[in-house]
Design a protein around this ligand. Structure first.
Ligand code: NI
Length: 179
């Protein structure tokens, strides 16, 4: 049960292509997942990828309750641990919406993402996950899995007139959060 340091943009470890997890249901994986949830909850995040705490593995977690202060209007996403993910877009429709990132504190931007995706992978026990989702759920998965290929959301921004400081863009939204 440890809150780990979240690496910030500029750290070269955020730019690596992460390695696949080779051994599921191991003490190492369970400890990592536990630390990642502690770290995500401490930062009021909707998701976290292992590279954000300096761990070079294809492992992301995400999920929101009704009370996420960073995304108060978003529909709930089930608490998920996803290893070795593969994302397949469903159709060619993109959607624009605002994103932030715990590795890019204090900023938000409008980022284009696939509106609908299928994602596949495994949970920490090695059980298969295969879901088709859209909207905010699809956005969060794409954002987190981007961390596994060294992509931070500013690299996806097309319209830099919609990129700025959270406190300026959304006054009052993040009074309880660092980001
Ligand atoms: Ni992020």
């Amino acid at each position: 049960m440890t809150v780990r340091e979240i690496l910030k943009m500029g750290d070269q470890r955020l730019l690596r292509v992460a390695k696949p997890v080779e051994h599921f249901d191991s003490d190492e994986v369970h400890l990592l997942v536990s630390d990642m949830f502690d770290t995500m909850h401490a930062a009021n995040g909707a998701g976290l990828a292992a590279p954000q705490i300096g761990v070079d593995l294809q492992l992301v977690i995400f999920g929101t309750g009704a009370a996420n202060v960073r995304y108060p209007d978003a529909p709930p996403i089930p608490r998920t641990v996803l290893l070795n993910p593969v994302i397949t877009p469903i159709g060619a429709v993109e959607e624009d919406d605002w994103e932030g990132c715990l590795s890019v504190p204090g900023l938000r931007a409008v980022v284009p993402r696939w509106a609908s995706i299928r994602y596949q992978g495994f949970d920490q026990y090695g059980d298969a996950i295969d879901r088709t989702v859209d909207g905010f759920h699809a956005r969060v998965v794409q954002h987190e899995c981007d961390h596994l290929i060294g992509k931070l959301y500013p690299m996806r921004v097309r319209d830099f007139t919609r990129f700025g400081f959270t406190e300026v863009l959304f006054p009052g939204l993040d009074a309880n959060s660092d980001d």
